[in-house]
Design a protein around this ligand. Structure first.
Ligand code: ADP
Length: 783
């Protein structure tokens, strides 16, 4: 900066003197100011800062002495150096008087210009030096003040930066979003002292602001999570900061903005974007009750703070989302378990609604199943009581149900009243928010879940995938319950059918038992009725034989009668035997008996017929058998029937073998006792497996009855069908078993049959039959 020229005041009542002096002084680098009187000179000192005054002593009104004295007495001009000039008063007295008045020099006129100039120059230089010193002092002071100010700003900023990085550090380890945000607003308020601090966050879809945490001074922080403020809403500072990513500063909010009553003290507001890189995730809102509370230097500090808290907020959001997803997966799995735990079609739909309300809260819900053009309500929750039974809703073209079925996707309505596809009257108007989800099973829409909430926009978009995931499990559960229902129904029908059949069978069995009893009764009656005339015939034939002795022709006729009698007697005896067996009164008189001996006497009876039919009968391996406890007569009868049958069903020239073995203390025998097993085998026509059991029933015959020949021992000679029934009765009465083995029936190849008879050696073995296990007991019964 160029320094001002030193100013020199020249005072003289004579203008020509002033002129001359002015001329002279201007040769120096100074500014000259003239005054024609003392009064004028004083005025000039008010306007200018002089470095020197050159004063003429002799002036009218106020002389030079007076002027200089006045200058000395004034604080502003007290130090102004003055040189007196005089042509008249150049003596010693006046010089002294001049110095007393405050002059620094005294010059007599005419003066030597060089001397005057050199003196003036000294004062001008002094002035310059003083001025530059003053300037320097002033600059120093200014610099000091600036430095001090900078120091204050810097230390304030340092404190703020430290506070912001401390807040950043303090919250990084908090993973729960609510906890983190609460801490953030509390710390910011504690460190920066703002009267209000709020954090606003965008929702996951970036479609609006979903949650906010705020704190006013002297109040605890509050969390508000509700329906989002949509991003496309035209007003709102926070929305515009989130949208633009630029901060908003207002240092005077008294004009224009309308704040809610609880924030009406707001005078300054700074809203900064919370961002990850260039992407906004929300906004930090700080407010003060003071006007112009935020300086430009606050913005970078607060933005740094906003950036620092953005990262932990994002982390917490991700953690929260992950935790929510995990919780959801767990609760879905849990619901799946609950749903699949029931197969009751009456219970499953209610379970669906019960479980669903825990995932997506609703006030009214219904499960509807599709039945052609109708949707049947199978469960409902929250509708006014009493709820009528069997409610069906017609599915009309272009209505919401039809749309759900066609779209196969959930439909979310923020306000049903404004939807043209909504069927009026389906939901009362208070429940305006609606969420419908199709139930899809095996590619088919089998029904619908319908949920409603009060108010508008009360379902969130994030509810849709939740209900969808749930609906797929619900559909499977419904399908399973439906299947199970059908299966249960089918089972019930089957059980009913089995019951009917059992009753029919029981009835048939009772009828058969009655018939069987009638048959048994008939046999008993017939046998007794036949026996009396047979005894008569026997008596008279015997008498006739005696009377016709010596007459060979007559004797032959009598012999014929006797053969017939014998055959008839055998049949009658068989009938009596079977009636005893049926009524379980077959008397068994046991005694020690040797089987080989009994068999020998049985065989003797068949000698003639064996010879006649060219059959061979061999009895082998019976000698070593132990003596058994049995009724010899009954055992005789048993083998008579078996060998008789073998003869009847074996063609001429065949062979019959009776063999046996002892089963002693071996697991082969029933219950490990001592047993004998006898086998009657032949080379006859064999027995089809289908008849192996039935041939032991009385009157059962395998072949056609018309093929019967009446001969007792003729090939395929028929009998009454009682032989094997009696054989089984005798064996069972001894506590044994009888059964047949044969490869099958074939008259050409004659595969043969083998009858097995298992008899106990003594009574103890017989008793042990009672102790056979059930399977063996059944086998024993069969025999
Ligand atoms: P039947 O008086 O008819 O001989 P059984 O009770 O003695 O009556 O025999 C029943 C049926 O068992 C016979 O009609 C016959 O078909 C069959 N049968 C019995 N023993 C034999 C055998 N050794 N070989 C082939 N079939 C036999």
């Amino acid at each position: 900066m160029a320094q001002e020229k030193p100013k020199i005041l020249i005072v003289d009542d004579r203008a020509e003197n002033l002129y001359a002096l002015d001329k002279l002084l201007k040769t120096l680098d100074v500014e000259v100011v003239q005054a024609l009187s003392g009064a004028e000179a004083l005025n000039m000192t008010l306007e200018h800062d002089f470095s020197l005054a050159i004063v003429d002593i002799q002036m009218p009104e106020m002389d030079g002495y007076e002027l200089v004295e006045l200058l000395r007495s004034n604080e502003d001009t007290a130090t102004l150096p003055a040189i007196f000039v005089s042509a008249i008063y150049s003596d010693e007295y006046h010089h002294r008087k001049g110095y007393e008045a405050g002059a620094v020099d005294f010059m007599s006129k005419p003066f030597v210009p060089e001397i005057l100039l050199s003196k003036v120059k000294v004062f001008a230089d002094l002035y310059r030096q003083r001025k530059s010193l003053e300037d320097e002092v002033k600059h120093r002071r200014q610099a000091e003040a600036a430095l001090q100010e900078a120091n204050i700003t810097l230390s304030k900023r340092a404190v703020q930066l430290a506070a912001s990085s401390q807040i950043g550090r303090q919250v990084t380890s908090i993973l729960g979003l609510d906890e983190l945000l609460t801490k953030v607003v509390e710390l910011i308020q504690a460190r920066f002292g703002y009267y209000f601090v709020g954090v606003w966050l965008l929702n996951e879809q970036q479609t609006g602001i979903a949650s906010r945490v705020s704190k006013r001074r002297n109040q605890s922080s509050s969390i508000q999570e509700g329906s989002a403020i949509p991003m496309d809403s035209a007003h709102g500072i926070v929305i515009s900061v989130c949208r633009s990513g630029q901060y908003h500063l207002s240092n005077d909010t008294t004009t224009g903005l309308q704040y809610s009553p609880e924030l009406s003290d707001t005078r300054s507001q700074l809203v900064l974007p919370l961002r990850i890189g260039p992407h906004p995730i929300g906004a930090l809102d700080v407010r003060s009750e003071r006007l112009v509370a935020f300086g430009p230097e606050d913005i970078p500090v607060m933005q740094m703070l906003a950036d620092q808290i953005s990262i932990p907020i994002r982390n917490a959001q991700l953690y929260d989302a992950e935790r929510q997803r995990r919780q959801l997966a767990e609760s879905l799995e849990q619901m799946g378990r609950v749903l699949s735990g029931s197969l009751d079609m009456a219970e499953v739909p209610n379970l669906i609604l019960e479980q669903l309300i825990t995932v997506v809260p609703y006030e009214r819900g219904a499960v509807l199943l599709r039945e052609g053009d109708l949707a049947r309500v199978i469960a409902q929750h929250g509708f006014p009581k009493p709820w009528p039974k069997d409610v069906t809703i017609p599915i009309r073209q272009d209505d919401v149900f039809q749309q759900l079925i066609e779209a196969r996707h959930p439909i979310l309505m923020d306000d049903v009243v404004t939807e043209p596809v909504w069927q009026p009257g389906d939901e009362p108007s208070a429940h305006q928010a609606w969420l419908g989800v199709p139930l899809i099973s095996k590619g088919q829409v089998i029904g619908i879940i319908s949920l409603a909430r009060q108010g508008t926009r009360t379902f969130k978009p994030e509810d849709v995938p939740l209900v969808s995931a749930f609906a797929s499990q619900a559909a499977v559960a419904l399908e399973n319950a439906g299947l199970y229902d059908r299966l249960a129904h089918f089972n019930e029908e089957l059980e009913l059918l089995v019951q009917q059949r059992t009753e029919e069978l029981e009835h048939a069995y009772q009828t058969l038992s009655k018939v069987d009893k009638t048959k048994s009764d008939f046999i008993t009656v017939a046998a007794h009725e036949l026996r009396t005339p047979l005894t008569l015939i026997q008596g008279y034939s015997s008498l006739l034989g005696t009377l016709t002795e010596g007459d060979p022709d007559a004797q032959q006729l009598v012999e014929g009668i006797r053969t017939g009698e014998g055959r008839l007697l055998e049949i009658v005896n068989s009938m009596l035997d079977i009636s005893k067996i049926d009524s379980q009164v077959l008397g068994v008189r046991k005694q020690p008996m040797i089987l080989v001996e009994t068999l020998a006497s049985v065989c003797v009876d068949f000698d003639d017929v064996l010879a006649e039919r060219h059959l061979k009968l061999a009895v082998t391996d019976l000698h070593d058998l132990p003596t058994i406890q049995a009724d010899p007569d009954l055992i005789f009868k048993l083998f008579s029937h078996l060998i008789g049958n073998a003869i009847k069903y074996t063609p001429d020239g065949g062979s019959i073998t009776v063999s046996g073995k002892a089963i002693l203390n071996t697991s082969q025998g029933p219950n490990g006792g001592d047993w004998v097993e006898l086998l009657v085998s032949d080379t006859g026509i064999g027995i089809d497996a289908a008849h192996h059991e039935m041939i032991f029933e009385k009157f059962y015959q395998t072949g056609p009855v018309k093929l019967h020949s009446s001969g007792k021992t003729k090939f395929r000679g028929g009998g009454p069908g009682l032989g094997l029934a009696i054989a089984r009765g005798i064996v069972q009465a001894h506590g044994g078993r009888i059964w047949v083995e044969s490869p099958g029936y074939d008259e050409t190849t004659c595969p043969g049959s083998c009858f097995h008879i298992l008899l106990p050696v003594s009574d103890s073995e017989e008793k042990s039959v009672a102790g056979l296990d059930s399977h063996e007991a059944q086998l024993a019964q069969r025999g």
